[in-house]
Design a protein around this ligand. Structure first.
Ligand code: NAD
Length: 284
């Protein structure tokens, strides 16, 4: 068992609220920091929605404690206050390198000397941030997937400077907060999950964009032949086509042709995925 009792979450947005709620649900004292009272209030509303989701998804004892968990997370806009008792910090702030570097400079100065420092960044490398923290030996990435209670992988990835004991503690802590820890043994953009998922989804989009098969038939093939519950286009509808478009636009010439196909046939028609009621499939 780790000695972690107090968890501080930075950022009460989509992922930060889920991380804070999951840690609180599993019995940790959680404090959430965000930039202003409106952002914190939005966070509280997210915790309340999560309480309902945990109950509906039959999480253990959710019907007894889920609503109390949503109210018991402490909120503050004061970084010093947020960090004063922190055993571990998990940062889920906007995916902008300079923003994270500045924020980590402050967190590194204010956090007690034993605090473990984690970023939940999806696409940035912890090595790009570690020196700003002032404590690279205590800094690493701890990466969650959206809907953390259901898709409960906790990818733990250090840098060359991360102390092995710190890494092992986060792996153990991940289990304590209901995650399945996934140690990533060497630093890699995309961790394990996105290193598999992005090429897979890109291959599927290429097959459809260049006319080799329809999205429905590609999904059908994948599901029947491998037993997977979802095909790539069903997954893309959940991820959102805007994200797929942004990734494809940043790639090589072939990839940019896929981006143009996505734009013309889906994005420009408002078909952005489950969130808008239609993507490759209709959810109306
Ligand atoms: P989000 O936009 O929903 O939340 C970001 C939060 O950070 C907001 O509450 C915002 O108020 C706050 N914030 C703190 N400092 C800020 C500043 N200076 N300016 C503006 N806002 C500030 O984002 P998110 O989707 O929760 O993503 C947060 C982090 O989690 C990112 O690093 C992202 O890569 C990572 N992540 C996201 C997902 C996902 O599916 N959304 C999955 C895994 C990891």
């Amino acid at each position: 068992m780790t000695n972690i009792k107090n968890v501080t979450d930075f950022g009460a947005g989509v992922l930060g609220s889920q991380i804070a709620y999951q840690a609180a649900f599993f019995g940790f004292n959680v404090t959430a920091w965000d930039i202003n009272d409106d952002a914190l209030q939005a966070g509280r509303e997210r915790y309340r929605t999560l309480a309902t989701r945990y109950i509906n998804d039959n999480m253990p004892d959710a019907h007894i404690k889920a609503n109390d968990v949503a109210e018991n997370i402490s909120l503050t806009t004061d970084k010093k206050e947020a960090l004063k008792d922190a055993d571990i910090v998990i940062e889920a702030c906007p995916e902008i390198l300079s923003l994270k570097q500045e924020l980590w400079e402050e967190i590194g100065e204010l956090a007690p000397s034993h605090t473990i420092l984690c970023t939940n960044s999806s696409s940035l490398l912890p090595s790009d941030i570690k020196n700003y923290t002032g404590h690279p030996d205590r800094f690493l990435a701890y990466h969650f997937a959206n809907e953390v209670w259901k898709h409960n992988t906790g990818e733990v990835m250090g840098t060359e400077d991360t102390n092995q004991e710190v890494f092992d503690t986060v792996v153990e802590f991940a289990s304590e907060m209901g995650m399945v820890p996934i140690p990533v043994l060497k630093e890699k953009a995309g961790y394990l999950l996105n290193s598999l998922l992005i090429p897979f989804l890109s291959a599927a989009q290429g097959l459809a964009a260049f006319g080799f098969g329809s999205p429905k038939d590609i999904d059908k093939t994948w599901k029947i032949a491998t037993g997977a519950p979802k095909g790539p286009f069903e997954i893309l509808d959940i991820v959102g086509l805007t994200t797929a478009y942004n990734i494809a636009s940043a790639g090589d010439e072939t990839s940019r042709k896929v981006a143009a196909w996505l734009k013309e046939n889906y994005i420009d028609k408002g078909k952005l995925g489950v969130g808008t009621g239609e993507g490759f499939y209709s959810y109306k």
